[in-house]
Design a protein around this ligand. Sequence first.
Ligand SMILES: [Fe+2]
Length: 143
Amino acid sequence: MSWDNALNTGIETVDMHHRGLVQRVEEFHMACMNNDGNEALSKILAFLDEYILVHFSYEEGLFQSVNYPQREIHINSHKSFIAEVNNIRNRIDNDDSTADIIKYAKDFLMAWLVRHISGMDMDFSVYYKNAISGTVIKRHTNN
Ligand SMILES: [Fe+2]
């Protein structure tokens, strides 16, 4: 799957992060098809470790800035993703069947990202853009 414009939220930095994430997951998929899954899995987990924290904190900062009413459920969704990534890492450390883990990670990562972006992130972007334009209009009227 390549980037689908239907996934654009209209919040520039968020979209930039999302495109980067989806691209990395695609590269992981390609590597799996070329039988480089083992190395690619460690690579993507290392990438997610850093990048997902940057991205989730960015989004969560935006929730804060507009007092987003759904922020708790959204933050919980981020937490469950982090937990699942940690779970995958633990399975690599303990499990003997790497092929199963690679397949699981391959299915989980893309499915989660697409579902989360098109669901929760999209809902938030609608609220955020309204809140921001509301602020702009208010400022404008006050002047
Ligand atoms: Fe999110």
